[in-house]
Design a protein around this ligand. Structure first.
Ligand code: UDP
Ligand code: MG
Length: 303
């Protein structure tokens, strides 16, 4: 089975399917191609229509654009082959790679990934971003995600079943391939330039994907937020100490008044009151809370 996610690929799809079906027919007489139309808004469905007459070609249409990860997952769920290959619809994944990938599988590999030889076709910014993403995600991770290895890969049915068993909803496929384990071999390849159209991954989409990957496959963000939390707590303590020192000098006998912004439900003022009570106790000086405050929180004293 070859699973082909396609989002607005009307200009490339036909040419790719011609090359793909010819290559498959040479390799085996039992093949299927599953094109997953990821909610295309161009003529992709019309391009696909005549292909559905051809034995072996099937299509799924997602009800809207869900993104490549979801399209791949849907395709995997419908693939019936003992071996499943994932390929882009834009012709960037050369069909000539299918033979060596199958050979590697016959030699015993459960998964055959491909590693792009060069990223020269990509902008400097994209390359730097990619490098940073892998650095962050793989930092201290027991299951590193191999850099440069993308979705172009072959999987034994066992691997497909392992992937399907994962309960992840917001799926980051590159991480999941690594996560399920199995004996994986990597073959180098040089991506062909996109036959038509342009990359569907805008900077925004790539960032969103990177965020999904980062939060799902690394506890780095957790550590960042814990660190930031500790830092803010320390800063707050330092500020309090400072307020204390200043008020002790200038206003020795006046109560200290905290003005807190009004919060619905009064949660802010309740917390503030609690803090005030504690401070009164420990400073030996009256601390008041004033929640008439407007938008700005002011920590100050009664002059
Ligand atoms: N794709 C998809 N859904 C999307 C975006 C992309 O199914 O929301 C498909 C797209 O049609 C192509 C593959 O994913 O077959 C890779 O996309 P693209 O070529 O735009 O990415 P790049 O090669 O720049 O990584
Ligand atoms: Mg592409």
């Amino acid at each position: 089975s070859v699973v082909v996610p396609a989002f607005n690929e009307a200009s490339s799809l036909h040419q790719f399917l011609v090359a793909l079906t010819a290559a498959l027919a040479k390799l085996t007489d039992r093949w299927e191609v599953i094109v997953v139309d990821d909610g295309s808004t161009d003529a992709t469905p019309q391009v696909l229509q005549p292909w559905l007459q051809q034995a072996g070609v099937r299509a799924l249409r997602l009800s809207r654009n869900f993104g490549k990860e979801a399209a791949l997952t849907a395709g995997l769920d419908h693939a019936e082959g003992d071996v499943v290959v994932l390929m882009d619809a834009d012709g960037q994944h050369p069909v000539q790679m299918l033979a060596p990938m199958l050979d590697a599988w016959r030699e015993g590999a459960d998964m055959v990934g491909t590693v792009r030889q060069s990223r020269k076709d990509e902008s400097l910014l994209k390359r730097a971003g990619t490098r940073l993403f892998y650095r962050l995600t793989n930092a201290g991770s027991p299951v590193p995600i191999p850099e440069g290895a993308g979705d172009f890969r072959l999987m034994d049915r066992r691997v497909v079943e392992a992937l399907q068993a994962l309960p992840e909803r917001n799926r980051f496929m590159k991480g999941l391939y690594a996560w399920v384990g199995f004996e994986t071999r990597f073959l180098p390849y040089t991506p062909t330039p996109r036959s038509a159209g342009r990359s569907r991954f805008s900077l925004r989409r790539l960032l969103r994907l990177a965020f999904t990957g980062l939060t799902a496959f690394s506890n780095f963000p957790l550590r960042v937020w814990s660190g930031l939390g500790a830092l803010i707590a320390l800063l707050a303590l330092a500020c309090l100490a400072d307020v204390h020192a200043q008020t002790a000098q200038t206003y020795p006998s006046k109560p200290i008044r905290f003005i807190v912004p009004y919060a619905p439900g009064g949660s802010t003022s309740q917390v503030a009151r609690l803090v005030a009570a504690k401070l009164t106790e420990s400073w030996g000086q009256q601390v008041l809370v004033d929640n008439r405050g407007g938008a700005n929180t002011v920590i100050g004293t009664d002059a």
